[in-house]
Structures are given as structure tokens and as C-alpha cells.
Design a protein around this ligand. Structure first.
Ligand SMILES: Nc1ncnc2c1ncn2[C@@H]1O[C@H](COP(=O)(O)OP(=O)(O)OP(=O)(O)O)[C@@H](O)[C@H]1O
Ligand SMILES: [Mg+2]
Length: 236
């Protein structure tokens, strides 16, 4: 069974059709890349999947149930979690307060505390800076915090919107290592990336989005060898 399945998904902003009827599926534990040029509709797709944009048409099923028009906080509770473009951390709150925000729909204080420790075990630099205002972290550290905060809601499917954006090469490597580690623990991931090469090298499968339409989808390895993908997205 597909963990997530979108069929004929459409999203419009006023009269502009940003997503024009796409089919997309993610299996349990799978790591899937969604690549495309600026303005292709990648962020819109992710936002629609978590209920932040109302679809203009189509169906979305998660764990076998329709989630159309379900509020985002309910989807988070079911383990469907977005780490948004630009990270969306709370700059004036401390690192630890930001992590607690990620658990706002949970109530077991003991479990939450244990999960904060688990995030610190994964990102030791967050622990070192736990009392620091999140806005003073570097871009890479903020991305780690954003991912850590998402992990606080114990996701089954994590949607990552351009996690490597604006980061130095070493930090990009670190973020991708983290993505692979989270995937290896069985969390399904839908990864939107400008860095198409790294994204496809890291993923099982991939989708290519062009002007609101999926124009290619295949095993990631096949996409890496696809002439069109190499020319348009891998800079060859
Ligand atoms: N809130 C909005 N209101 C109106 N139009 C929007 C809005 N958000 C996005 N769009 C438009 O929808 C289209 C898709 O935008 P989207 O942000 O999904 O693209 P993207 O693939 O994520 O691009 P990028 O790589 O630059 O992040 C673009 O033409 C954009 O201008
Ligand atoms: Mg985007």
C-alpha cells in the first residue's frame, strides 16, 4: 500500500494554475526526490499535501484515507510533517523551545523529553546551543533545528523543502547525511531540492516537475542517466 498517494492534484492561486493535475506516490520508508526549476510548483505541491494550500482538484490519500481538507495540525499528529522552505524556525525562542514547539500536538511530557534528548544525540551542536536564541544560529544549524523540530512530532513521512538551500558545501553534506540517516530509520521522505544530482543520488525514486506537471518519474538511478535530466537539471 502507498503511504501517500496524490491523484490529479491541482492547486491554483487566483487564476494561476501552479499545479496542474499531478500523480505522485510514496511508499512506506521510501526516499523520493521531487526536482524542478524555480517556479515549477514544488513548494506548492508540498504545501498542498500537508493541507496548507486547498487543492483545486484531485485526491490525496495518506495511510489509505482521504486527507483532502484535513487541517495541517491533524496531519502532523498522523505523522505527515513538512519542513518548509526557509525553515520557519522561531528566531526569538531558544533552540530547546523550538524543539518543544515541534511536539505541541503531543502531551506525554516524559516522551517529549526523551525525544528532545534523541534530537540532541543526533545533532550535538543543538545541545551545545540549547539555550541560545534560534535566530542567532547559522543557516546550517537552523536547518538542523528545523529537521529536529519536525522529528519531535515522530513523522512517518517527512516532506523537506530545499533543505540544502544557501548552505556551504560541508553543511550540505551534513544535511544529506542526516537525511540518509533518518531514511535508514524507516521514515519515508519526499525531498524537494535544487541540488538535483545530490537529491537523486540519495533517493530511491524521483519525479521531475515542469510548469506544474510531472514530466518524468522513474528510479533515481535511471533519472541520473536520463539525457534530458542530465541536460536540464544536472548541468551537462
Ligand atoms: N502565495 C502565492 N500566490 C500567488 N502565486 C503563488 C503563490 N505561491 C506560489 N505562487 C506561484 O506558483 C508557482 C509555483 O510556485 P512554487 O513556489 O510552488 O514553485 P517552486 O517550484 O517551489 O519554486 P522555487 O524553486 O523557486 O522554490 C509560481 O509561478 C509562483 O509564482
Ligand atoms: Mg519552492
Amino acid at each position: 500500500m502507498n503511504l501517500l498517494e496524490a491523484r490529479g492534484l491541482k492547486v491554483s492561486y487566483g487564476g494561476i494554475n501552479a499545479v496542474k493535475g499531478i500523480d505522485l506516490e510514496i511508499h512506506e520508508g521510501e526516499l523520493v526526490a521531487l526536482i524542478g526549476a524555480n517556479g515549477a510548483g514544488k513548494s506548492t505541491t508540498l504545501r498542498a499535501l500537508v493541507g496548507l494550500e486547498p487543492p483545486a482538484g484531485g485526491a490525496i490519500h495518506y495511510q489509505g484515507h482521504s486527507i483532502i481538507r484535513q487541517p495541517t495540525h491533524q496531519l502532523i499528529r498522523k505523522g505527515l510533517v513538512l519542513v518548509p522552505e526557509g525553515r520557519g524556525i522561531f528566531g526569538r525562542l531558544t533552540v530547546e523551545e523550538n524543539l518543544h514547539m515541534g511536539a505541541y500536538c503531543r502531551s506525554n511530557a516524559k516522551e517529549i523529553k526523551a525525544d528532545v534528548q534523541r534530537v540532541y544525540a543526533r545533532f550535538s551542536l543543538l545541545q551545545e546551543r540549547c539555550r541560545q536564541a534560534a535566530g542567532t544560529l547559522s543557516g546550517g544549524e537552523q536547518q538542523m533545528l528545523a529537521i529536529g523540530r519536525a522529528l519531535m512530532s515522530r513523522p512517518r513521512l517527512l516532506l523537506l523543502d530545499e533543505p540544502s538551500m544557501g548552505l556551504a558545501p560541508l553543511m550540505v553534506q551534513k544535511i544529506f547525511e542526516t537525511i540518509r540517516a533518518i531514511s535508514a530509520e524507516g521514515v519515508a521522505i519526499l525531498l524537494v531540492e535544487q541540488n538535483a544530482k545530490l537529491a537523486l543520488e540519495t533517493s530511491h525514486r524521483g519525479y521531475v516537475l515542469e510548469s506544474g506537471l510531472i514530466t518524468l518519474h522513474d528510479e533515481a538511478r535511471a533519472l541520473l542517466n536520463n539525457q534530458k535530466v542530465r541536460h536540464a537539471y544536472l548541468g551537462e
